[in-house]
Design a protein. Structure first.
Lengths: 651, 101
């Protein structure tokens, strides 16, 4: 009877509580943290790098790290079990080595970014990016004592095996950090009396399927296990984009026009999934290349192809952050006469290779100044290089851009390393002279190299939001300057000037005479392109350059991650870059969709894109995609120990 | 099935049948046989077929025990050496290990 009485009391108590608070117990105890990006795992031929939690997630007591002593306390003195360190990006570099060296008490890390305290350096790439794929003559050694390095502030975390999960919370999700901090202050602040008390804790879940190295991962993905047919990882790879001024000739008997190869990279990297903005490291170079290609296509119409004996081939490499996947594949395919697939070239067809490397790092340094100092790195002073530099300097100087030549075999990280390594004979004999345009002499000016903070703020981008005229007419730079809409110091203006200078230089190479017309790259186009690549994919340019499909699906209003994709399908940035080249530099044919798809013209491809008025447009272009996947996958003799990088599946 | 209701010759037939089936690499059937007929073989008062049943029960129990030893040894070796066997280890695995060596 007594039991029944208690039972009744309990029921009554619950009945009283229930109407006041309908939340389930679980919801009262737990709160989910939204918008975080996980550090994920990557594999190469011999090692695994990156992070993973256990399959049930990593649980630890919240410990806010406000200074280095907090981290020291966590590592040496905390007694309540593993902790989750919550660190500001400004402090991350100061404490990460300690947390990596003594991981026993660390269950995981949350890194958050608060724009008011932007760190001076934040790069998880190594001090010598792609050190093990560099060409002959490279002197960069990423040993702790080495001073002659490119990425001075690099921690190399992206290449190391991290024993716990790390999540990144961006500025836009700062309220989540406030939530964690409030909880921390309420329960965990009294460090000396934590034993036996309920404490505020976090659970981080980022379990990765793959482990050990790429051989193991490939093997396990290929195994058709009866119960778990799981693909545990995908090889990194994507699409390279190439576009030629004139169609490339086919066949052995045709005399091929000498080619000037102009390249840049599409991709960048970051420790965190889906957050690889790459503004200074890739976007500025890629956008400048696209603008320059578009400008040159207007200076020399494709119909004039028969008048000239030179051609320009623009190429955007993908996967460069990981052992130069894209350029390595192109260099390898060139060596065996397989690139581009439909009209293969030999290395001797290319009489100059110009790479637009990392040029966005110094924009912020020179934001008050109309000048933009650039450097031209070349391994040797072959005549083709010096001739190019003379013309380029002249054209660039007219726009306040200085170009200082630097002749050394110790070249900064760039696709030149792939060519110098794989086509050693041709590059060293001068058959394939190469020059690299960058914005730094010695160490990088971009202190956020391949990190989440290499964003629009890093290059000082301010969007002007100028409407695009019908049929994609962009306001010329001079008009924008005259109207006062833009200033000489704006990065859009500087990029358009560089693109114009490069287009004029190439015009002179193709035609043999200096350019006297008034066609120039538009800073308005630069404005739109940077907005699309750094702020929002739901932008005018990319909407117009997308495939015209039945549904008017609006892309997400966030920047596309420039991280190289997995080889199974092309990533957004490569498709964007290719389509932009097609739309802006290609010929628009008055055809409907069926006729467009059916049209065959040697040397050209046809794309049915959405167009400026979204009604669909048939574009005829020389642009095409080629596979950017490590040659290791097509050369069985090399084995996968060569240098493949894998991105594991997330649970 | 209630063994008590079965005539003795049927019991022997059943025990013998279970032993034979167990010979088809089915140690669990041997184990069942040994447990099921244990009372018939060792506890019940003697009857004509008991000696034979006893023989089959002992053989089944012995066989099952040998199997347990062999399997335990194999499981121990497999679990401790799977990682070092690399590709062989993975091909011998029924469940692909995730997130670890």
């Amino acid at each position: 009877m007594a039991f029944l009485k208690e039972f009744l009391i309990l029921v009554i108590v619950f009945a009283i509580i229930k109407p006041f608070d309908c939340e389930r117990l679980h919801e009262q105890i737990y709160s989910s943290i939204e918008g975080g990006a996980a550090c994920f795992k990557r594999l190469n031929g011999t090692h695994q790098a990156g992070c993973s939690s256990s399959d049930k997630g990593a649980v630890g007591v919240v410990q806010m790290i406000y200074d280095v002593t907090d981290a020291q306390w966590l590592v040496y003195n905390a007694t309540v079990g593993p902790c989750i360190a919550v660190i500001n990006t400004a402090l991350f570099h100061d404490v990460i080595e300690l947390l990596m060296a003594k991981p026993a008490n660390v269950a995981g890390i949350i890194v958050y970014h608060n724009a008011t305290t932007r760190p001076t350096t934040f790069s998880q790439e190594s001090k010598c990016p792609n050190e093990y794929s560099s060409g002959p003559g490279s002197q960069c050694l990423s040993s702790p004592t080495s001073s002659n390095v490119w990425n001075e502030g690099g921690t190399g975390l992206i290449r190391r095996d991290i024993p716990y999960p790390i999540f990144y919370i961006p500025q836009t999700r700062l309220e989540e950090i406030e939530k964690i901090e409030n909880c921390y202050k309420r329960y965990n602040l009294d460090r000396f009396n934590q034993e036996g008390k309920p404490l505020c804790s976090l659970q981080l879940n980022s379990f990765m399927f793959a482990a050990v190295n790429s051989a193991v991962c490939l093997r396990r993905s290929a195994t058709s296990a009866l119960l778990t047919p799981t693909k545990v990882c995908d090889p990194l790879g994507d699409q390279n984009v190439h576009y030629s001024l004139f169609p490339l000739e086919k066949g052995e008997e045709v005399k091929k026009k000498p080619i000037t190869l102009v390249t840049a990279r599409i991709d960048t990297a970051s420790l965190f999934d889906g957050m690889a903005p790459g503004a200074a490291s890739s976007v500025v170079g890629m956008a400048s290349l696209i603008m320059s290609a578009v400008t040159l296509s207007k200076m020399i119409p494709v119909a004039n192809s028969s008048l000239y004996d030179n051609n320009v081939l623009w190429t955007l490499f993908n996967g460069e952050a990981f052992d130069y996947i894209g350029s390595q594949r192109v260099a390898y395919d060139l060596s065996r006469g397989a690139w581009p697939p439909f009209s293969p070239l030999t290395p001797s067809d290319i009489n100059l290779h110009v790479e637009l490397g990392q040029i966005g790092g110094s924009l912020q340094i020179y934001k008050e100044n109309a000048s933009w100092p650039l450097y031209a790195y070349a391994a040797s002073s072959f005549s083709q290089i010096t001739e190019f530099l003379v013309v380029m300097s002249e054209n660039a100087n007219a726009f306040n851009i200085t170009l200082t030549p630097e002749f050394t075999t110790n070249l900064p990280p760039s696709s030149l390393h792939s060519f110098r390594r794989i086509l050693k004979n041709e590059t060293e004999s001068g058959d394939l002279p190469e020059v690299l345009l960058i914005d730094h002499q010695g160490k990088f000016t971009n202190t956020y190299y391949e990190s989440v903070l290499d964003d629009d703020t890093n290059i000082g981008f301010i969007y002007h939001n100028i409407s695009v005229g019908p049929e994609g007419k962009f306001t010329p730079t001079d008009e924008l300057l005259a109207n006062g809409i833009m200033k000489e110091t704006d990065i859009q203006v500087k990029m358009s000037r560089l693109a114009t200078a490069l287009a004029r230089t190439l015009y002179q190479r193709v035609t043999g005479k200096a350019y006297t017309g008034d066609i120039a790259a538009s800073a308005h186009l630069a404005d739109e392109m940077l907005y699309c690549l750094l702020r929002s994919q739901a932008c005018r340019l990319l909407m117009a350059a997308d495939y015209a499909s039945g549904s008017e699906e609006t892309p997400s209003a966030r920047p596309p991650p420039l991280y190289v994709g997995v080889a199974a399908w092309p990533s957004t940035p490569a498709v964007f870059a290719g389509h932009l080249l097609a739309l802006l530099a290609g010929a628009h044919l008055p055809l409907d969709r069926t006729a467009c798809d059916a049209r065959l013209e040697p040397g050209f491809s046809h794309y049915w894109l959405r167009g400026w008025n979204h009604s669909g447009v048939c574009v005829q272009t020389t642009m095409n995609f080629t596979q950017a996947m490590s040659p290791a996958f097509i050369i069985p003799a090399l084995g996968i120990d060569f240098d493949t990088a894998f991105r594991p599946k997330k649970s | 099935m209630d063994l008590n209701r079965l005539p003795n010759d049927k019991k022997l037939q059943l025990c013998k049948w279970y032993f034979k089936v167990g010979c088809m690499f089915l140690p669990f059937v041997w184990a069942v046989n040994a447990v099921w007929f244990f009372k018939e073989a060792f506890v019940k008062p003697p009857y004509e077929e008991q000696n034979q049943i006893k023989k089959y029960v002992i053989m089944s129990a012995g066989g099952a025990a040998v199997w347990v030893c062999v399997l335990a040894a194999w499981v121990t070796v497999f679990q401790t050496h799977r990682v070092s066997w690399a590709a062989t280890g993975d091909s011998l695995s029924f469940i692909v290990p995730l997130g670890r060596a």
